[in-house]
Design a protein around this ligand. Sequence first.
Ligand code: ATP
Length: 781
Amino acid sequence: AAAEPGDPAQRARKPRGRRRPDLPAPELWTELTGLAASSEPEDGSEGAAEGRAAAVSLEEALLRLAEFLSVQLGAEESCGGPADLGQSGEVPSLLTVTSQLLALLAWLRSPRGRQALLQGTQPAPRVRPPSPDGSTSQEESPSHFTAVPGEPLGDETQGQQPLQLEEDQRAWQRLEQLILGQLEELKQQLEQQEEELGRLRLGVGATDSEKRVQHLTLENEALKQSLSLMRDLLLHWGPGPPIRAPQEEAEALLELQGRLQEAQDTTEALRAQLQQETEQNCRRELQQMHGQLAGLRARMASLRQGCGDLRGLVSTFTQSCQGSLSEARGQVSWALGALSSGGPGTQLPEGQQGPPAGCPGRLPELKGNIRVLCRLRPGTSSSLVSVEPGPGGTVTTCYRGRHRRFRLDWVFPPDASQEEHLSVPGLQQAWLATIPRTCRPFLGSRLVSQVFRELEPAVLSCLRGYSVCIFTYGQTGTGKTYSMEGPPEDPGIVPRALQSLFREMGAGRQHRVTLSMVEIYNEAVRDLLAPGPPERLAVRQGPEGQGGIQVAGLTHWDVPNLETLHQMLKLGRSNRATAATAMNQRSSRSHALVTLTLRAASPPRAPGTAGTLHLVDLAGSERARKAGAAGPPRGDPDGARRLREAQTINRSLLALGGVMAALRAHRPHVPFRDSQLTRLLQPALGPGTTAVLLLQISTRPEDLGETVCSLKFADRVGQVELGPARRRRVPRSSGTPSSLSTDTPLTGTPCTPTPSPGSPPCPSPDNGSGSALAPAEGLPL
Ligand SMILES: Nc1ncnc2c1ncn2[C@@H]1O[C@H](COP(=O)(O)OP(=O)(O)OP(=O)(O)O)[C@@H](O)[C@H]1O
């Protein structure tokens, strides 16, 4: 509308690139042509005047309308008009078509239009239906419909005018209805186009719209990318698939059920396969384990064998160490003794740089030699008897002009105490107290005189299952009983040994201690702890295969504590036969044997140990004449009894000498059966046992002969080899482990001996019908 209608450039520019207004459809044009041909103007002048005016105004109106529509179309193009908004490019512009139709209708209804139609002046060939691309030319302008004014109608048709008019009238009515219908349709389309045009005009303009479209496009692209990104994020991190419709849910559920079934089938198959593989692996591993177990068993057997070998080596090494230690002690003591005897700064004489021969050392210990200790009784000293005290000490005698030198394992001087004696003149007691107890034995007899200390290790070895026998030998009145029993103020070996044992066992002791005590009086074995009066017990050989001997009726007592033990020993000593002789006011007229058995508790199903301690106080050898037993006055029953006692004592001691000689010489036959003493001592002198002889001698000149005899006896005993000490193991089910044991079960009831001598202990022990002296040879050690 803003364009200049008369501008030719504008006029030529308008249709550019855009289809021109549409023309009526061919059918419509044909209909219009037919109508025009059958109609004639009623008033020629008036029609001519109108035709001129209509021709001018219509042409201009059409041109202006065409320009307006062109401008409108251009505007539509620039703002992306209806074609860009989704309308097809073939759809003609409604405004154009409508305007043309309106103009055409107005012209046709005019007289000139009707005349033109009747005269056929319409350039039909030049009016063409709109091309597919909508383009048109100036030839289509309605101006070409301009009629020729003043041209008359034909005469032949004037008679037929009423019919023709009615016919034309009906045709015009049909045409009018047709056109009105199409017009109505076009109006609706026009309204829609106008609405769209109005919407477009509401915008900020074509340029802004484009920018906005670009902006919206970019924004749309950004939103699409953002949406895609959000979708990906939702797929990865979202709560899950969106909620779907029930149908979809049902389908998805079915699909999921199918998948689940497949997964279950797969799982089942995998499980079966896994189980099969597991079974195969287990079988394979089991076979490997069996192989490893067999290898371990073989290795264990090998280790057991190696362990046994190692035990043997350790045992040998221990014995070797003990021997070396004992040898070192002997050397130190000997050196100290030699230095002390020579005074300060005295050099050891040539040839005495080493320990004396016979010093207790490793070899005798390994051989199991009977150790011989010699103790001199205090009394009148004589130059005929000289001693070198200490370990490996010597006793030199001069009897009937013949000098004899006896070397013993340990020589205790007359002033030796029962245990130890720290009586060195000039030495402060405080200084002595600083000497470690373990080092005191190395100081020798000059500093420490001891009897029991030398015996204590052997005594304590009973707790570990060893069999130890300590027996005294010597002339009557030389102090055998004193050394074994001792006075209450200075107890001897037996009470100290028992005290040491119980102290070693402690309060929660793991050992069962049993006690038996017998005496051999005039070759009669009597139970010193029997409940009733002492009776003579029968000694016989044990059953075949078990060896040993049996003492019928011998009782064994469980000893709960040390006090009870002392009371029982006191009771037994009181029951022992003693008598006053010329040599001893209280001379022992019998051999006394105290046997203490210590059975160690052991783990379940493990063999226990049974150690035995034999404490033997032999009756003194005596010469009947010196003892006053010889030549008793006629009718003196005591003298005859003493004589008989002396005879039996000497006989038994002679038998003991014979046994020692046989043992020393390794004779196949050892005459243990020559006396009751040797029979009862057989278990204590068997292989693997430890035996210690405490020789008591007198230094008096009148006793010199007896002293020499005792030293000779001790010399023979010292050469007896009993073999390395061995522990005795007993099965748990076995009875009393003692070598002097009853053949009946023990009651286990502790004894409470009565204080009065001779009265039977109470309660009564379980007296067996016989007792067995288990032979050491038969032990599995
Ligand atoms: N080392 C000693 N110290 C002090 N007195 C001792 C010592 N040795 C022995 N006696 C005393 O000598 C006496 C005799 O001792 P004991 O009875 O012990 O001799 P024995 O060898 O047992 O005699 P027997 O063989 O006749 O029984 C006792 O009075 C005892 O006190």
